[in-house]
Ligand binder design. Structure first.
Ligand code: ADP
Ligand code: MG
Length: 362
């Protein structure tokens, strides 16, 4: 998915800390972003995502740490000399200026000649599919169009690094899905090193080469979307990405036990005493024929069954205590007969879907 642009720059963030009074907005953050990579900072509100982006852009000076673009230390470099394009959490467009006025603004700051500005603005607008919109006023545009103007303004001076702070959060779901694909195509086309911020885990999974999960100003895990989902490093990441339920397990030598029974698992358990079994709803299988050979079987009672059109959700209480949620496909027998509340069930988890994680919260 990553395209490599020879002008793209790697970013090296080392031991960056930023405090506001007692709040550690960033707590000793180190992160390497590869040249041309699309990297997403994903975390809940208040976790430090915007602060880190502001440090990269040069609008916030950290208390300590180092920041390199390529070989160049830039921690003291002012924003306009950093060669960074940015879209802000609020679009921060000038409402009474035209589209062209907004997009051309960074070029005007850089003292580019008027004819050059006109040509480059038109090219940037073409890139975001707003060709011919230059004379419109910002307040005549829809949310999605404004967002594209913000992107055009960020890329118009062809920066080597692009930063985007929750660019799609104000859009409705359909438009957001469409813009996700558009922004990904734009990245493939331009190939600039991109740091993208979102609190939406599905958006992060959709768009990124790699994702850094942030919580309380720290990076909890840095991984590809697939590794993050399949092998979360801890319970916070497992909880934040996708849905899951957790069951307590114990270790006896090499064997992992749940409710006294050994668990079959293809993936080695992490070396910690605080282990949890992570159960993703779509990996659980409902067996109508009782326990299955070669799988982990859980005797359970249905406590809630929810029809959701494309799938159904089943909440089940385990005989041993604890709860499992199953998401099942709507096809075959399920279309005519979903399980009912109170049914005694067997839920199965294949060894390759049996993932043991560090059960600690951080
Ligand atoms: P996010 O973008 O992940 O929602 P922020 O980076 O905006 O998080 O904020 C991280 C933490 O730093 C929050 O607790 C926030 O209240 C605090 N913070 C951010 N900017 C300031 C500021 N200018 N003054 C005081 N506290 C701030
Ligand atoms: Mg923010």
């Amino acid at each position: 998915m990553t395209s490599r642009n020879s002008d793209a720059l790697p970013i090296s963030i080392r031991n960056v800390t930023k405090t506001y009074g007692a709040v550690h907005a960033l707590n000793d953050v180190s992160l390497e972003v590869e040249s041309g990579e699309f990297l997403t900072l994903l975390g809940p509100s208040g976790s430090g995502k915007t602060t880190l982006l502001m440090v990269l852009a040069g609008f916030t000076r950290p208390d300590c740490g180092s920041l390199k673009f390529g070989d160049r230390e830039v921690i003291r470099t002012p924003p306009h000399l950093r060669d960074v394009g940015m879209t802000f959490q609020s679009y921060a467009l000038f409402p009474h200026m035209t589209v062209a006025g907004n997009v051309g603004y960074p070029l005007k700051l850089r003292k580019v000649s008027k004819p050059d500005i006109a040509a480059r603005v038109e090219a940037a607008l073409d890139t975001v599919q707003l060709g011919g919109f230059g004379d419109r006023r910002i307040d005549q545009l829809s949310g999605g169009q404004r967002q594209r103007v913000a992107v055009a303004r960020a890329i118009v001076f062809e920066p080597r690094i692009l930063l985007m702070d929750e660019p799609l959060s104000a859009l409705d779901k359909k438009l957001r899905d469409q813009m996700q694909i558009e922004l990904r195509h734009l990245h493939e086309k331009l190939g600039m090193t991109t740091v993208y911020v979102t609190h939406d885990q599905r958006e992060a999974l959709t768009m990124s080469d790699r994702i850094a999960v942030v919580n309380h100003g720290r990076i909890m895990q840095l991984a590809t979307p697939r590794d993050l989902y399949e092998r979360p490093a801890n319970r916070f990441v497992a909880d934040f990405i996708g849905e899951s339920t957790f069951l307590p397990v114990s270790r006896q030598g090499e064997t992992i036990l749940f409710d006294g029974q050994p668990l079959l698992h293809d993936i080695p358990a992490p070396a910690t005493d605080n282990l949890s079994l992570m159960v993703r709803p779509e990996r659980v299988v409902l067996s109508r024929e009782g326990p299955r050979e070669g799988a982990n079987n859980f005797a359970a009672t249905a406590t809630d069954v929810v029809y959701q059109g494309d799938s159904y959700l089943l909440h089940a209480a385990l005989a041993s205590g604890g709860q499992i949620v199953l998401r099942g496909a709507m096809r075959g027998a399920n279309v005519t007969s979903l399980p009912s509340v109170g049914d005694a069930l067997t839920l199965c988890l294949a060894p390759e879907d049996t993932v043991l994680i560090d059960g600690s919260e951080q």
